[in-house]
Design a protein around this ligand. Structure first.
Ligand code: ZN
Length: 261
């Protein structure tokens, strides 16, 4: 499987019709038992959080709460497409209760650009937020009970393969190796020893940082600080075919959920 060689200085691959993708998600979700909460509206777009109860209610103690988000960067189309596929395939562990936010930056997708309409990188706006989108999303997140696990779906236009960031401050059993193993069956993994300036091993970055020392929080910093003690930012390589990247993110989510359940 080869890189396409399209991405010089940014993402120059296939784009998506985000309106059509959101329509498909809105049609598929209720058919598979999801409820929808709109937490923000701007122009023609609605920001939705989907919720799916665990189907196994015999043992409430075994229920795990999972948070999944996608589409915070408008030049990373595989995330919302993976969210749609996961809803359509409907293969969730029966003890998984899931909150899914399928697209956090629809306007960015209409522009095929990372930032929102005002040029704000929403994924640096989860502390002292300037954007209406991040503020509305944070207000929704603050109303949610804690999650056992978070998964943030992303793409990286520069990478040579799939990789992930793990946050696991309490040293719970790691899901990282299982995610990488599952993805490697459908997509190349970036085996570089340095990715985005950080030490990496086998496609896994375990960054050491104190969120409180950084002013420009990505969504994951908010989540690990306030909502969940374990999580993964999943990065598909956007210089490969779009279908490969969607397969990679879907495989990663399924592996994480199966391992955590
Ligand atoms: Zn991203």
């Amino acid at each position: 499987m080869q890189k396409l060689g399209n991405n010089h200085g940014g993402y120059h691959g296939e784009t998506i019709d985000i309106r059509a993708v959101l329509r498909d998600i809105a049609a598929a979700a209720p058919a598979h038992g999801w409820t929808t909460e709109t937490f923000h509206e701007q122009g023609e777009f609605k920001w939705s959080a989907l919720h799916r109860q665990a189907s196994l209610l015999r043992d409430p103690q075994s229920v795990i709460r999972i948070y999944i988000s996608a589409g915070i960067h408008g030049d990373e189309p595989a995330g919302p497409l993976a969210a749609l596929r996961l809803i359509q395939e409907n293969r969730w562990p029966e003890n998984a209760e899931i909150c899914l936010v399928p697209c956090l930056n629809p306007v960015g997708f209409t522009l095929n650009r990372r930032e929102n309409a005002d040029g704000i990188d929403l994924n640096r706006d989860y502390r002292n937020s300037k954007s209406a989108e991040a503020r509305a999303h944070l207000a929704w997140l603050e109303r949610q009970p804690p999650f056992d696990l978070y998964l943030c779906l992303h793409e990286d236009w520069e990478s040579h393969g799939f990789y992930l960031y793990e946050q696991n401050p309490d040293h719970r059993p790691s899901l990282a190796e299982k995610i990488i193993a599952a993805v490697s069956a459908v997509c190349p993994v970036d085996l570089a020893e340095t990715i985005e300036g950080r030490a990496a091993q086998g496609g896994i970055i375990r960054p050491i940082f104190n969120p409180l020392e950084r002013p420009d929080w990505p969504e994951a910093f908010y989540l690990i600080t306030h909502k969940s003690r374990q999580g993964y930012t999943l990065e598909a390589p956007s210089d490969f075919e779009l279908s490969v990247r969607v397969n990679a993110l879907v495989a990663a989510v399924n592996a994480a959920l199966t391992s955590a359940a």
